[in-house]
Design a protein around this ligand. Structure first.
Ligand code: F6R
Length: 584
């Protein structure tokens, strides 16, 4: 959610920062901008639209120190003026986060005769630093931050002063040294191949970067040390690897995500069992796709461990007055580990005495610092805004946790990677995609675990194709939504549980008899033959019903991808969205 990057060193800063912005673009693509200092003057270019629009303007920026920003607009339209960097006097800044008291600060500044160009909340930061500047940017940044309420990762440079000043509160900041200079970024992948090790800054930290290295400071500007972590990001993680889009590449990495997550769980299983001992109730919380993985996992915890389990969207949970007892285990699920709602929900639960486990693809994220234990999702970096392989990894981790809690045999999950791979290699979902893109609405139906997949299918399809769609429990169709079915609507029913197949088939029949277009995605050969010739049928490899969500997920992800491509959308960068929602 907004990407920021800074560089100071021996190289020309503009192309270095531009390359970093291209890698951070999944965090927002409403506008982009770069400011570069040549030691005396700071020059900047900024434009509404994608990062690549800056390419032709880089020659205007000479110098070896600079900062860049790719924006997901929160305050003010996504236009050139509201694009970052923002400038006040000698100070230029980029910001990721939200300044909640910006209106009050802006009123104060206007009363002092200070002026503003943009409608953003961020411009007040530049204005405050400029007001407090007495020849050194770091103390001025600290003083400015003392006035801010909200979340921020700020990079600031000053005309005539060497170095980049950094402040962090609730928005991620990573810093690293490379062979030719010092880097700071919102996320590790932007530093892939540039820094062998990175330092993850903590909330309340300040930092100052020079060409020779960096120092981290606490809130009183005393030097502090933070551990360096190996940078796991490789240049190939941020490369499409021959695929036309990251989304497709990442869907095809799902078998590997399942396999690696199983392996990683081996390393934490004992700790998990000890931490979760005595659990009497499980609460699963997440947002978006992570929430949908929680819906499937509820069945895992109830069936394998026989513990009562509730699922909450993290954004709702954080504003409840939740009932937490000493035996409550809260499991917070998040690909990025930075989603503000999920991080705050976990903090609330921890503060009230719950045991909290983070299930995340980001080992050093904010969520892991709050949780008592982290269970890794080993899906590798996910660049596409739409989550795919991380969903598969989340399902695998949650399956294993539920099995471990219940003391059951987790071996059925071992077939997941090969089943997902077989599904991806063999299925032909193009006819269903064609049906969906020629419909005025799509309904995904399923029961029990397939209902969770139906919701995820609907989220994925709407997100990347903008087709109007809904996920429904198949049994609910006749209680209202059936009224919407006509020849211009498609119902896609997911059927993977032999015990529920007959009931789901009834829902399909109801749609057929109302003249709706019908597709069936199933792991069951008997269901496929029941609808052969009457519906578009996609037959996936037969598998254990609890493993099926990992396999059917791959099918609905490919379906969403195909629809996006047929409609000429860019599935990697859906409109209005960004990955890592670090604001409320
Ligand atoms: C959907 C999607 C989002 C995220 C949600 C939570 O494809 O990507 O719905 O799942 O924003 O993000 P994380 O998992 O990073 O907390």
């Amino acid at each position: 959610m907004c990407g920021i990057i800074g560089y100071i060193g021996k190289k020309a800063a503009a192309p270095t920062i531009y390359g970093g912005l291209l890698r951070l673009e999944y965090r927002g693509y409403d506008s982009a901008g770069i400011a570069v200092s040549d030691g005396r003057k700071v020059r900047q270019v900024k434009l509404a639209g994608r990062v690549n629009l800056l390419e032709g303007r880089l020659s205007a920026l000479c110098g070896n120190a600079g900062i860049g920003h790719t924006r997901w607009a929160t305050h003010g339209a996504p236009d050139d003026v509201n694009a970052h960097p923002h400038r006040a006097g000698k100070i230029t800044i980029v910001h990721n986060g939200i300044i909640e008291n910006y209106a009050e600060l802006k009123r104060e500044a206007l009363a002092l005769g200070e002026t503003f160009l943009s409608e953003t909340d961020s411009e007040v930061i530049a204005c405050l630093i400029n007001r407090y500047y007495r020849g050194k940017i770091l103390p001025a940044l600290k003083e400015a931050c003392g006035r801010l309420r909200g979340s921020y990762a700020i990079l600031a440079i000053c005309e005539g002063e060497d170095g980049i000043a950094v402040a962090k509160n609730k928005s991620p900041v990573v810093i690293g040294c490379g062979a030719d200079g010092t880097y700071v970024s919102s996320d590790i992948p932007a530093l892939a191949g540039l820094c062998g090790e990175v330092c993850i800054a903590e909330d309340g930290d300040y930092a100052f970067l020079t060409a020779e290295g960096f120092e981290i400071y606490d809130g009183a500007l005393n030097r502090v040390s933070r551990p360096m972590q190996k940078n796991r990001a490789l240049p190939e993680d941020v490369d499409k690897g021959g695929y036309p889009h990251f989304m497709l590449k990442e869907i095809y990495r799902s078998p590997r995500a399942a396999e690696d997550t199983v392996r990683a769980f081996g390393g934490v299983k004992q700790k998990f069992c000890k931490y979760a001992e005595g659990t009497g109730r499980v609460i699963l919380a997440g947002c978006g796709t992570a929430y949908n993985s929680c819906l499937a996992a509820r069945r895992y915890f109830e069936s394998f461990a026989r513990v009562p389990c509730e699922v909450e969207t993290a954004g709702e949970y954080r504003y409840k007055n939740p009932v937490i007892t000493p035996s409550t285990l809260v499991i917070a699920v998040s690909q990025s580990g930075e989603t503000a709602d999920t991080v705050e929900a976990a903090a609330l639960a921890r503060g009230r005495g719950a045991k909290v486990i983070a299930v995340t693809n980001a080992p050093f994220s904010a969520l892991t610092r709050i949780a008592g234990l982290t269970v890794p999702v080993a899906a590798g970096f996910e660049v596409c805004v739409a989550a795919t392989k991380s969903y598969t990894g989340q399902l695998a981790a949650l399956y294993l946790m539920a099995k471990a809690l219940g003391g059951g045999d987790p071996s059925p999950l071992e077939e997941a990677p090969s089943k997902i791979k077989a599904a991806l290699d063999d299925m032909d979902i193009c006819a269903v995609a064609d049906m969906c893109v020629h419909s005025r609405g799509v309904y995904f139906l399923g029961r029990d675990l397939d209902y969770a997949t139906a919701l995820e299918a609907s989220l994925k399809l709407k997100e990347v194709s903008y087709i109007q769609c809904e996920g429904y429990a198949a049994g609910e169709l006749k209680h209202g939504a059936l009224a919407l079915i006509d020849g211009e609507k498609t119902a896609v029913t997911i059927i993977s549980d032999p015990a529920l197949a007959g009931k789901c088939e009834n829902a399909v029949e109801q749609v057929i008899s109302r003249g709706g277009k019908v597709a069936v995605i199933t792991t069951l050969a008997q269901v496929a033959s029941a609808f052969g010739g009457r519906a578009e049928v996609v037959l996936l490899p037969q598998c254990d019903k609890y493993v099926a969500p990992l396999v059917t997920a791959a099918a609905v992800q490919v379906l969403a991808y195909r629809c996006a491509v047929l409609l000429g959308r860019n599935p990697d960068m859906p409109r209005n969205l960004a990955k890592s929602v670090t604001v409320e």
